[in-house]
Design a protein around this ligand. Structure first.
Ligand SMILES: C[S@@+](CC[C@H](N)C(=O)[O-])C[C@H]1O[C@@H](n2cnc3c(N)ncnc32)[C@H](O)[C@@H]1O
Length: 281
C-alpha cells in the first residue's frame, strides 16, 4: 500500500510554503537532476509533484523534445501545478491527479523522480519498488529527500545549531518543526537512509549527492520556518497542545526576522539528499 495522507494539507499557506521551499531547493535540485543524467529529449515522471516545481524544472532540462508528467494524489494541488505551469508555456509538460497506486501509463519513462515524497510514506521501500515499475529498462529512478542530521545524532554535544551566531528563536522554531514532523509520523532522517531504502526496494546501490541550503538573515528562511511550523500546528495541537499554544504563530515571522537581522546570522535549512540508480528491467 503506497497511498498516504499528506500531513501538511494544501491550504494557501502550505502552497506558499511549497513555493518558497522550492526556491530554496532550486539550485540543489537542478544540480541533482543533472547529476542523475537528466537531459534533452528525456521522458520524466514526477511522483508527488505538489505545486509542480520539480516537473517544471525537469521540463526546462528536457526541452520541448522531451515529455514530462507530474502526478499527485491531491486534485487541488494538481490544479495549482497546472495553473503555475500554464505561465511557463511548456507544451511537453502535463499534470494528472493520481496516486502512485492508481497510476498507469502506456509507456515507461527515462527518469522517474520524486522530491520530498518518501518522507511522507509509511513504507518508503514499497513506494520506491512501485515507482521503479514505471522506469524503462536502462532508465533511472531518483528520489530527493531531506536529511535532518540532528535526528541521527542523539548525543546533545554533537547537535548542530540551525543559525550562526545562534538565535534561540530560530533554533527553537526549527526544533518544533522537527518535533511536529516526527509527531506526525514523518521521518525527516529519510534522506540519510536512502541506500537502505533502495536496497529494500530491490534496486542496486544508488549514487548520492547532498546539497545543504544556507542563507543570510534577509533570506526567505525565516518565513519558510514559520510556514512549515504553521502547517504542522494541527499535528502539534493533537499531540502536544500546551506546546502549540505557546507558539504565537501570527507574530512568529516578524519576531524571527527582527532577531536574525539583529545578529546577522547565517541560517541552515534541512539538507537535501539525492539518490539515483539505473533500473535494469
Ligand atoms: C512535500 S510535498 C512535495 C511536493 C513536490 N514534490 C516538491 O518537492 O515541491 C509531497 C506531495 O506528495 C504527494 N503524495 C504523497 N503520497 C503520494 C502518493 N502515494 N501518490 C501521489 N502523490 C503523493 C502529496 O499529496 C504532496 O503533494
Amino acid at each position: 500500500m503506497t497511498t498516504s495522507t499528506y500531513v501538511l494539507g494544501h491550504d494557501p499557506y502550505e502552497i506558499r510554503r511549497l513555493t518558497i521551499q522550492s526556491q530554496v531547493f532550486a539550485g540543489g535540485t537542478e544540480r541533482i537532476l543533472r547529476a542523475a543524467g537528466l537531459g534533452a529529449g528525456h521522458s520524466v515522471l514526477d511522483i508527488g509533484t505538489g505545486a509542480g516545481d520539480v516537473a517544471m524544472m525537469a521540463a526546462e532540462l528536457t526541452g520541448v523534445t522531451g515529455d514530462v508528467l507530474g502526478i499527485d494524489q491531491s486534485p487541488a494541488i494538481v490544479d495549482v501545478a497546472r495553473e503555475r505551469a500554464g505561465r511557463t508555456r511548456h507544451p511537453h509538460l502535463r499534470f494528472q491527479a493520481a496516486s502512485l497506486d492508481s497510476f498507469s501509463a502506456s509507456a515507461s519513462f527515462d527518469l522517474v523522480v520524486g522530491r520530498y515524497v518518501l518522507v511522507h510514506q509509511q513504507d518508503p521501500a514499497a513506494f520506491v519498488r512501485q515507482a521503479a515499475k514505471f522506469v524503462r529498462p536502462g532508465g533511472a529512478i531518483l528520489f530527493i529527500e531531506p536529511n535532518v542530521a540532528e535526528l541521527t545524532r542523539p548525543d546533545e554535544a554533537l547537535r548542530e545549531t540551525w543559525s550562526n551566531p545562534p538565535v534561540t528563536l530560530y533554533d527553537e522554531t526549527a526544533k518544533q518543526v522537527v518535533l511536529g514532523f516526527s509527531l506526525a509520523g514523518v521521518a525527516l532522517s529519510c534522506g540519510g537512509r536512502l541506500v537502505d531504502v533502495f536496497q529494500a526496494a530491490g534496486l542496486s546501490e544508488p549514487s548520492l549527492l547532498c546539497e545543504m541550503p544556507m542563507a543570510g538573515p534577509q533570506s526567505d528562511f525565516a518565513e519558510l520556518m514559520t510556514l512549515t511550523l504553521r502547517s504542522l500546528l494541527p499535528a502539534l495541537e493533537h499531540h502536544a497542545a500546551e506546546l502549540a499554544a505557546d507558539i504565537e504563530i501570527e507574530t512568529l515571522h516578524t519576531r524571527l526576522r527582527n532577531a536574525l537581522l539583529a545578529t546577522r546570522s547565517q541560517l541552515r535549512f534541512a539538507d537535501l539528499v539525492g539518490a539515483w540508480t539505473t533500473v535494469t528491467g
